[in-house]
Design a protein around this ligand. Structure first.
Ligand SMILES: C[S@@+](CC[C@H](N)C(=O)[O-])C[C@H]1O[C@@H](n2cnc3c(N)ncnc32)[C@H](O)[C@@H]1O
Length: 231
């Protein structure tokens, strides 16, 4: 089977279930929602919304939200869960919205999936109102540079070729997709070059789930959260 989101959509929907995978349900959702609650936002764009789980959470907090994603099967699934929601096909690199349209733009574990991160970050900034926030959850670059766990002489996680940008072929639970490894400085430079101001940064700890899984998430820098303001 080929690598890609179209081919992996059904397996992705199954892996998300109702409450999301470990990274979402046990690490990222709480701090992401906390940032949203602090912001008093009136209009959100969820870029790469997938099957719409986080868009539904934003709507549950009373924030009118548009979710966009290039994968038709995921947009169909988002609409099936939330027929009154606004879910549209679209790519981060070419957002079909006017300048200054939203006071919150969310990228929830999508920067690693987006082929042209520079265009995507420029577009996400363009559609933000001045004073608006770009809320990003991403895999850490230390994690995406990982070669995985080795068990000898004792369990440890190996990182290599950290500074080299590269495509990663990722495969788990029937999902086969391409991700990108980019060092942290690559993302930071793009965000700073857009004139954005960093207002919040965290590498959240797991807050539940199976202890053995949580232990692995604490040993390896795996997930991060950033909130940037458009001046
Ligand atoms: C790891 S999933 C995250 C989905 C959702 N945000 C979540 O957290 O459940 C990555 C998503 O990015 C989408 N995607 C891939 N390329 C994209 C692009 N160029 N622009 C926007 N989204 C993209 C995929 O279709 C997929 O739904």
């Amino acid at each position: 089977m080929a690598y890609g989101w179209d081919e992996s959509a059904e397996a992705w929907i199954a892996s998300m279930g109702e409450s999301g995978d470990f990274s979402r349900a046990c690490v990222l959702d709480k701090p992401m929602l906390q940032r949203v609650r602090l912001g008093d936002f009136t209009s959100a764009l969820d870029v790469g919304c997938g099957e719409g789980r986080f868009s539904r959470m934003l709507r549950g907090l009373g924030v009118p939200t548009i979710g966009i994603d290039p994968t038709a099967k995921l947009i169909d699934e988002a609409l099936r869960h939330d027929p009154d929601g606004n879910y549209q096909m679209g790519r981060a690199e070419d957002l079909r919205f006017s300048n200054d349209a939203f006071d919150l733009v969310v990228s929830y574990l999508t920067l690693i999936d987006i082929p042209d991160a520079a265009k995507a970050i420029a577009e996400m900034t363009r559609v933000l109102k001045p004073g608006g926030r770009l809320l990003i959850a991403n895999l850490t670059s230390f994690g995406t540079a990982g070669d995985g766990w080795s068990d000898e002489p004792q369990p440890r996680f190996c990182i290599d070729h950290y500074l080299d940008v590269r495509e990663l072929l990722s495969e788990w639970d029937g999902i086969r997709i391409t991700n990108w490894h980019r060092p942290l400085s690559y993302y930071m430079r793009l965000l700073l070059d857009e004139g954005l101001i960093l207002r919040y940064f965290d590498e959240p700890r797991p807050y539940g789930g199976k202890p053995a899984v949580a232990d692995k998430y604490q040993r390896v820098p795996w997930l991060m959260l950033m909130e940037w303001e458009k001046p």
